[in-house]
Design a binder for this molecule. Structure first.
Ligand SMILES: Nc1ncnc2c1ncn2[C@@H]1O[C@H](COP(=O)(O)OP(=O)(O)OP(=O)(O)O)[C@@H](O)[C@H]1O
Ligand SMILES: [Mg+2]
Length: 346
């Protein structure tokens, strides 16, 4: 049974149909050389990722810089075309949508980027920024649009006085609130958030996270939330996919991931999070050695093996399929040994 079939079966009892189904998705960036742009290789930014996103969940996507998180999001929402694989929204492959269905989909899936300075048009007022998607995607009258913009602005904690301001007249947190209001304008069902709080002060971060939590409930939203900050994802996610070098290596409900991380890479990521506990035993920590390998020449076998503290010769042989351990799916042939390794250092 393939890993995605296994996962689908496992989810069947507990969930409804997936809202979004990512199937064996690949996104390669070609590397060219010379005057004639000869194709000499590919950056394998996303290399065979499958995951189902269920209505109402917040799916966290974590991993080191360069592991393909943004590329995955941008391919899902159609900003980039996939090299291979498929994305289905409510069961329909995006490639089979008609022109008008693509327009509808643009309303259903919205994105919030990390940096509002580059995602908000600096020459538009807040009112124009938030009303633009309504002008494009709805037949509402200008009076209705004005009323809706006001409603959205209040929902994200801003008020009438902000409407006439330009982005440079707002704080970082206020700008991100505007970006969120704009994303909500078309009543989406899925919002993908690419590091939405990492450019903000810590105090503002938690305000925005709490607001996102509230908006999710009020608008029946589903989130895919990308972050490199594990404390943020612990706060907001229901399930988490851990990415390494273009692949997902572990997927688990949030508590399982933090309480019983299984993949050595997940353990290493969690080890890097400071623990505010004086009795905490840091000898269990796994410290990653070496750099992330070049994604144009990923290692054979398990992609993580050159940096893995418990890798054996077998790990150089093939990339393992997902295996279920309780509700956790993990791609590692050394999972059980990994647990022994951690315990033996106690
Ligand atoms: N337009 C592009 N052309 C060529 N390579 C690219 C392009 N965009 C991204 N890449 C490469 O693809 C890989 C994945 O990049 P991506 O931006 O998706 O990673 P990320 O996980 O979002 O990283 P970060 O945490 O730093 O945002 C990296 O090796 C990156 O250099
Ligand atoms: Mg990114």
């Amino acid at each position: 049974m393939s890993s995605s079939t296994q996962e689908a079966q496992r989810q069947e009892d507990t969930h409804s149909e997936p809202l979004l189904s990512i199937q064996n998705l690949k996104k390669y960036y070609p590397i060219t050389k010379g005057m004639f742009q000869r194709h000499v290789g590919d950056v394998k930014a996303v290399d065979d990722v499958s995951v189902d996103i269920y209505p109402g969940e917040t799916h966290g996507l974590v991993g080191e810089s360069g592991c393909g998180k943004s590329t995955l999001l941008e391919t899902i929402i159609g900003l980039k075309s996939p090299t291979d694989g498929e994305v289905l929204f409510r069961g329909t492959p995006l490639t089979e949508l008609s022109q008008s269905e693509v327009q509808d989909l643009r309303k259903e899936i919205q994105i919030v980027f990390q940096n509002p300075d580059s995602s908000l048009n600096s020459r538009m007022t807040v009112e124009r920024i938030v009303s633009e998607p309504l002008q494009i995607h709805s037949n509402a009258t200008s009076r209705q649009i004005t009323a809706r913009v006001l409603e959205l602005i209040h929902e994200v904690g801003l008020n009438t006085e902000h409407l006439t301001r330009f982005p440079h007249e707002l704080s970082g947190g206020q700008k991100q609130r505007v970006a969120i209001a704009r994303a909500l304008a078309t009543n989406p069902s899925l919002v993908v958030l690419d590091e939405p709080t990492s450019a903000l002060d810590v105090s503002v971060q938690s305000q925005i996270l709490n607001m996102l939590d509230r908006l999710k409930e009020e608008h029946n939203l589903t989130y895919i939330f990308v972050t490199h900050d594990l404390s943020v994802v612990r706060h907001i996610a229901d399930r988490i996919s851990v990415m390494y070098l273009g692949n997902v290596v572990e997927r688990a409900p949030v508590n399982d991931l933090f309480e019983t991380p299984r993949h050595p890479y997940t353990k290493a990521l969690l080890s890097a999070v400071p623990v505010p506990d004086p009795d905490y035993d840091a000898t269990e920590d796994i410290v990653l050695s070496g750099d992330v390998p070049d994604p144009s020449e990923p290692p054979n076998g398990c992609r993580f093996h050159p940096r893995c503290p418990i890798a054996t010769e077998d790990c150089k042989e093939g990339f393992p399929e997902f295996e279920a351990h309780g509700e956790t799916l993990v791609r590692c042939i050394r999972v059980d040994e990994g647990r022994g390794h951690t315990e033996s250092t106690n």
